[in-house]
Design a binder for this molecule. Sequence first.
Ligand SMILES: Cc1ncc(COP(=O)(O)O)c(C=O)c1O
Length: 396
Amino acid sequence: MRFMARFDPIFQTALHQMAQLHTRRVLRPVRHVGAAMVVRDGRELVNFSSNDYLGLSHHPLLAARAAQWLHEAGTGAGASRLVTGTSAQHMAVEKRLATFKGTEAALLLASGWQANASVLAALLKLAAEQGTRPLVFTDRLNHASLHHGCMAAGVRQIRFRHNDLAHLDSLLAQHAAQPGMRVIVTESVFSMDGDRTDIGRLCAIARAHGAFTYVDEAHATGVLGPQGRGLCAGHEVDLVMGTFSKALGGFGAFVAGSRALCDWLVNACSGFVFTTAPPPAVLGAMDAAVELLPTLDAERARLARNADHIRSTVRACGLSPDPSTTQIVPVVMGEAARALAFAASLEDHGILATAIRPPTVPPNASRIRLALSAAHTDAMIDQLATAIPAALRACP
Ligand SMILES: Cc1ncc(COP(=O)(O)O)c(C=O)c1O
């Protein structure tokens, strides 16, 4: 015991520094009650912090297929896909996904973080092997996993201003004389601001500069685009990454693209090669979710209405939900302490809306990130609309 604690002063000092900056996190257990409620510290709260945008985490079809595939094939896949881990179920989900995304192929990965961190790293290393270092153009507000992928490949990012495609275009033009593969990395819906990339324009810019496009659709998959196919649907994006962990109510991730791209990733992506395959229960939930998505237009319309309503409420309180146009509605408070106070005040009104602080968001951009769901009832939305001004009054 003494041995295990001998480095503790280092950790304790780091934790103390975070606490002083109001950025220390602690794990607080909740019990989920359906898709939209939790119980925390004995208190029922409406959950406005979950990415379960369609409420699929509690859909009976997902639960039934997860249970069925678990009973048929066991609790674990046993090995990497390349050893003995590939099952008919993996192939079936990938086929269904490729059809849904309108691509030649799809490849499953363990999580969205793992997908970005390892797929991007593999891609950039391959580009470097072509002779010259790749030129990687990234949105300033890209998700941490995308930064990690660039870091793992040892490339320096050329960052464009957030969602500013004119700036991207000018940076590509500035580097036109330099050799090397061009790779543009962005999100179709930004996780902390809820704004969208104009994918048509992105593709036109990429085409003009001969650049490869890597788009993270974690927050658009299932929610936006025709039948929830994402904002890249119908556009020539070279690699689309998506997750099952958000609107699809489960766990895991995928890459959709050409057959050659997916076959190459099977050989070259360390986050695919050196990890155990997704297990049967997880696959069952994935399969059911992708089957259901095209039928959920009414849920998507309801979700959009809920988000519009809450954006109006935030505006009426004199705050700006901009640039959000999706189911993610940020209320930027500035300092971490203010965001924490607002979250605590919302909790007093029965609302779970976790404060998001640096390093997840830039310094002084701490916020409440309201995540709407089709599972929220009208009464829950009304409760939030009443709670926001009341909570603000309590912590001006
Ligand atoms: C834009 C984006 N990409 C990737 C991820 C990671 O996905 P996952 O939670 O499946 O690891 C997230 C989730 O936080 C995200 O917001």
